[in-house]
Design a protein around this ligand. Structure first.
Ligand code: FAD
Length: 346
């Protein structure tokens, strides 16, 4: 009997199922309903497009979620076993908009992250001339398509039901046995009947996936551009993600189209930021020697005023718990978001 329905098969829906299982909910009472499932590619399905990595420099408002996720991902790793798409590596972030000396933010983010250090001006000068602030730490890294697949495979094996449907209204997720519906529809929450949250908006990103056996770390630079290199764990073809873009809703770009000029910019920016990308490339030391596997675009599910984790009785006996709006942080904050969403059942 399905009593717990999760709408959405992105990372937020899948982390939410993990939260339910941790709470002791019988998997045979859980169903996932979603239009897109792992293996699908769509501008309306952000999760498989993400790099992804744990960025220590995320919004302070999300700190409780990122801290929880950082500390508890190991439970997921233990549950799923080796090669589940989760790993660790060193991550260096160049934060052009921060001043090392004056920013209390840096202390707050460093508290719960392993091997966290603020780089000295001499070290910063070597990696990024002219920058004022950089941090380094041990990051979680995610092979997003692999992790999504593994989670679904595990859930199916223990009896969670999966249904492929596009719902017009959240009311359609209920039947007579349903106790609660978790709304984990990301950008879909803007259009889903009964939710229609106008604060939700997509933020487009384009990434270039290369074969990079020589890359064993993440490095990123944040200013008015988002430039990053993310090593993907458990990748048979040594995938490395080069990014990127952060383009809040643009009517003409709300598609999965990719653009050659954006690919050129990504390759230029990432190779300038990290010259070893070319110098140590086993396929040659010119930009055109990089082995591009594919170029993809996705839309981060953003929301003015941040994530929505909230309980709502939409009709008598129709309890909804919303969990969406993870923006560019679903992998690194989502376990904490799911924990809070599931705690609203109490
Ligand atoms: C280029 C890029 C890079 C990123 N890098 C990172 C990173 O490094 N680290 C990080 O933490 N995050 C990163 N992200 C963000 C991350 O991908 C998102 O925060 C996350 O995927 C959001 O997950 P979600 O489950 O909320 O949404 P989605 O993955 O979009 O899933 C939504 C689900 O809801 C379903 N759905 C929607 N509407 C309906 C409906 N009406 N009926 C039925 N089903 C419906 C969809 O089919 C889908 O299954 C990145 C994103 C992009 C695009």
């Amino acid at each position: 009997m399905v009593e717990h329905v999760v709408i959405g098969c992105g990372i937020i829906g899948l982390y939410t199922v993990f939260g339910l299982l941790e709470k002791g909910i019988d998997p045979k009472t859980i169903a996932i309903i979603a239009e897109h499932h792992p293996g699908d590619l769509s501008i309306n399905y952000a999760s498989p497009v993400a790099g992804a990595y744990f960025s220590a420099s995320a919004d302070l408002k999300l700190l409780k979620y990122s801290n929880y996720t950082y500390q508890n991902l190991v439970k997921l790793e233990t549950l799923l076993g080796p090669k589940c798409g989760l790993g660790h590596c060193t991550s260096t972030e160049i934060l052009d908009d921060l001043e090392v000396e004056s920013d209390p933010y840096l202390n707050a983010i460093g508290e719960n992250i392993d091997d966290f250090e603020i780089l000295s001006p001499e070290e910063i000068e070597i990696i990024s001339k002219g920058s004022r602030c950089a941090i380094r730490y041990k990051a979680w890294i995610f092979n997003s398509p692999v992790l999504l697949e593994k989670l679904c495979k595990y859930y199916k094996s223990i009896g969670v039901a999966f249904q492929r449907t596009r719902l017009e209204s959240i009311h359609d997720a209920f039947d007579s046995d349903t106790k609660v519906v978790f709304n984990c529809t990301g950008n879909g929450s803007r259009l889903l009947g009964g939710v229609e949250d106008e604060k939700v908006f997509p933020t487009r990103g384009q990434v270039v996936v290369i074969k990079g056996p020589h890359i064993d770390q993440c490095i990123s630079r944040w200013n008015d551009e988002a430039t990053y290199i993310i090593k993907r764990p458990d990748s048979a073809s040594d995938e490395v993600i080069l990014g990127g873009y952060y383009q809040p809703y643009q009517p003409k770009k709300d598609t999965a189209d990719t653009y050659g000029f954006e690919t050129e910019s990504i390759l230029k920016r990432t190779t300038e930021m990290f010259p070893d990308l070319l110098k140590k490339n086993p396929f040659g030391d010119k930009i055109e020697d990089l082995q591009i596997l594919r170029v993809i675009a996705g839309a981060r599910p953003c929301r003015e005023c941040g994530v929505r984790i909230e309980k709502e009785l939409i009709a008598p006996n129709k309890l909804v718990i919303h969990n969406y709006g993870a923006s560019g942080n679903g992998y690194m904050c989502g376990l904490g978001m799911a924990h809070e969403a599931v705690s609203l059942l109490d």
